[in-house]
Design a protein around this ligand. Structure first.
Ligand code: ADP
Ligand code: MG
Length: 312
């Protein structure tokens, strides 16, 4: 087995209250490992603590307690090495308005101590689609262009771990696709990627593993497919040749409903019932089948079932 790119233990964050507001515990002591080479998804409703976690990894927010190891380097004992191992694309689109993209990357490379000869400024600008805007002032860039610039900045020191906080929130489809293609390419070349997203479909398509965060706690963490298969529900949607007059008799453990379009929807637990049982009972009821479709739970169902009823 490989090593962990990130190891988080007992991570706690309490934001101090200001002007009479009470202190806010954003992270309640979480443990989390992210394996080397993964594309790892951090999911959770607004206010769950995702950005707080990422900003702590980035060194932008001070933790209250706990430990963070990045690429084997403890953030407190080896701050320089742990910082060099990670590139973070923050959620907020804050770029310095008076720098051009080219200058911003050069400054960033300087901050990270990348020697001039090892800089990849032009290559990175081209890769994120900013070559033509290399000499435009950042304040003239569109939101999508700013997002590209932030990604470019996170990559100047070629970090083995790249973290993206809601990178596709509010970006157009074209940029989203470019972004994901690039993330896959970086991952194929060995970069460990951690991302937060609101798009569960995206997490399902992109992430090997996900952690679901809610109210400052990790409430699930597993391979994406395993998390989905934890939900045992299954539906078989049968379109009959002719409209059925009455619902067929079903044994315990199977439920049947008639859908508006005339389809019969059989719901059951796949650990207990086989599709064959449903097809058998249709044959016995004399219902001819025109079409069969199955519906399985997706990450959204997992998410809803896990976060339901946890509202503070
Ligand atoms: P997420 O990224 O999952 O939406 P955040 O990490 O941004 O969640 O926020 C977690 C909680 O911490 C929220 O209740 C939020 O209001 C609070 N919070 C975030 N940043 C600050 C801050 N700078 N000061 C006080 N509270 C904050
Ligand atoms: Mg956030």
């Amino acid at each position: 087995m490989g090593e962990n790119a990130i190891e988080i233990r007992g991570l706690r964050k309490v934001y101090a209250g200001q002007g009479g507001t009470p202190p806010k515990e954003a992270l309640g002591g979480i443990d989390l490992d992210v394996p080397e080479g993964a594309i790892f998804g951090l999911l959770g409703p607004n206010g769950a603590g995702k950005s707080t976690l990422i900003n702590i990894l980035a060194g932008l927010t001070l933790k209250t307690a706990g430990s963070v190891r990045i690429w084997g380097f403890d953030q407190d004992r080896n701050p320089r090495q742990s910082r060099a191992a990670i590139g973070v694309v923050p959620q907020e689109l804050n770029v310095d308005p008076f720098f051009t993209p080219r200058a911003a990357l050069e400054v960033q490379a300087g901050l990270y101590g990348v020697p001039k000869r090892q800089r990849r400024t032009e290559e990175i600008l081209a890769r994120v689609g900013l070559a033509e805007k290399a000499e435009s002032y950042a304040r003239t860039l569109s939101g999508g262009m700013k997002r590209r610039l932030l990604i470019a900045k996170a990559l100047v020191h070629s970090p083995p771990v790249l973290v993206l906080d809601e990178p596709t929130a509010g970006v157009d489809i074209e940029l989203r696709q470019m972004l994901w293609a690039y993330v896959r390419e970086l991952n194929d070349a060995g970069t460990t990627v951690i991302l937060t997203t609101h798009y569960l479909e995206e997490a399902e398509a992109m992430c090997d593993s996900v952690a679901i965060v809610d109210h400052g706690a990790v409430i699930a963490r597993d391979r994406t497919a395993a998390l989905v298969s934890r939900l045992d529900a299954k539906s078989l949607v049968i379109t009959p040749e002719q409209a059925v007059a009455a619902l067929p008799e079903v044994p315990p453990g199977i439920e049947v409903a008639l859908r508006g379009d005339g389809a019969l929807v059989f719901s059951y637990r796949r650990s207990e019932t086989r599709a064959e049982t449903v097809l058998d009972l249709l044959r016995r009821a004399g219902i001819a089948i025109r079409d069969v479709a199955t519906e399985e739970p997706d990450l959204e169902d997992v998410f809803v079932s896990l976060t339901r009823g946890r509202a503070a």
